[in-house]
Design a protein around this ligand. Structure first.
Ligand code: GTP
Ligand code: MG
Length: 295
């Protein structure tokens, strides 16, 4: 099944799209939307109950886009048993709901854009992004297609530099390896917010103007899955042996062989994946450290 997209329209005509925000509780979803739509920041935490719904108009190129924004609650409470009720409350505000079991599927259906948010100072919120995608995929059902939905990842709260624990290359690598847009944002200072929304809407417009399909140039990451996985593995390695992917006590030859393989894969001249330069340096250092101690 193709993702349902608005019908192709003549340039200049207005377009209606549906956008949803997703991510753990307190990562700043509502504040990002508020910062963009109302140009203000609320420092007091007011948890979203169920889903907040709003409509806004934006001008992108020569098109007026009417955006229906569904701002979801991140608290797990709303996804355990009460989810249908919460969705029901919101959807009911737009169109009368006739059959309750379909409400949840109906909610994710016909979405053109997703804003995925995590807090750069909260590793769990970054690690949870995969689960949010799984949740959406499950709810769209076996025929649901997420390929043509535009996803933007917001690494939010970058103003809190002291508490940052997910760095830019880690977030960017996750996003870009999935073909998602990536932006560093702060709802508090406004940094990155309008750039993020502008690029997000431009990408959605491109999809709509290509008959609901993502243009080929936007959908492929410029690095391989093997490169992305290797960078992640290197980041999480516990020592130099582990980093080179060899057993402790391996010979000089084995160290050099493992090093060469990684160097070819990650050399900055060949690999543009976020974090490749640091990973390459770490591999060089690991090799040097190991060879020092092997006779
Ligand atoms: P739920 O509705 O519970 O899912 O949370 P949410 O993701 O919508 O978070 P919300 O926007 O309500 O923000 C949570 C808290 O983080 C609030 O106290 C905000 O003031 C704060 N906050 C949001 N964005 C930022 C930011 O960029 N920087 C800082 N320093 N605080 C932020
Ligand atoms: Mg909220």
């Amino acid at each position: 099944m193709e993702a349902s997209m608005p019908k192709r329209k003549e340039p200049g005509k207005s377009l209606r799209i549906k956008v949803i925000s997703m991510g753990n509780a307190e990562v700043g979803k509502s504040c990002i939307i508020k910062r963009y739509c109302e140009k203000r920041f609320v420092s007091k935490y007011l948890a979203t109950i169920g889903i907040d719904y709003g409509v806004t108009k934006v001008q992108v190129r020569d098109r007026e886009i009417k955006v229906n924004i569904f701002d979801m609650a991140g608290h797990p409470f709303f996804y355990e048993g009460t989810a249908q009720l919460c969705c029901l409350i919101v959807v009911w505000r737009i169109t009368p709901v006739t059959s309750e079991p379909q409400v949840r599927n109906e909610f994710y259906k016909d979405t053109q854009g997703v804003i995925l948010v995590y807090d750069v100072g909260q590793k769990e919120s970054f690690d949870a992004l995969d689960a949010w995608l799984v949740e959406m995929k499950q709810d769209l059902g076996p025929h649901g297609n997420m390929e043509n939905i535009v996803f933007v990842v917001c690494a939010n709260k970058i103003d809190c530099a002291k508490h940052r624990c997910v760095d830019e290359s880690e977030g960017r690598l996750w996003a870009e390896s999935k073909g998602f847009l990536y932006f560093e944002t702060s709802a508090q200072t406004g940094e990155g917010i309008s750039e993020m929304f502008q690029t997000f809407y431009l990408n959605i417009l491109d999809v709509c103007e290509h008959g609901g399909k993502r243009p080929a140039t936007n959908s492929n990451a410029s690095f391989t899955k093997e490169q992305a996985d290797t960078i992640r593995r290197i980041r999480n390695s516990k020592d130099s042996w582990d980093m080179l992917g060899i057993k402790p006590g391996a010979s000089r030859d084995e160290v050099n062989k493992a090093y060469r393989k990684l160097a070819v894969l990650l050399h900055p001249d060949k690999c543009v994946a976020p974090g490749s330069e640091d990973a390459f340096k770490a591999v060089v250092n690991a090799r040097t450290a190991l060879l020092k101690n092997i006779k």
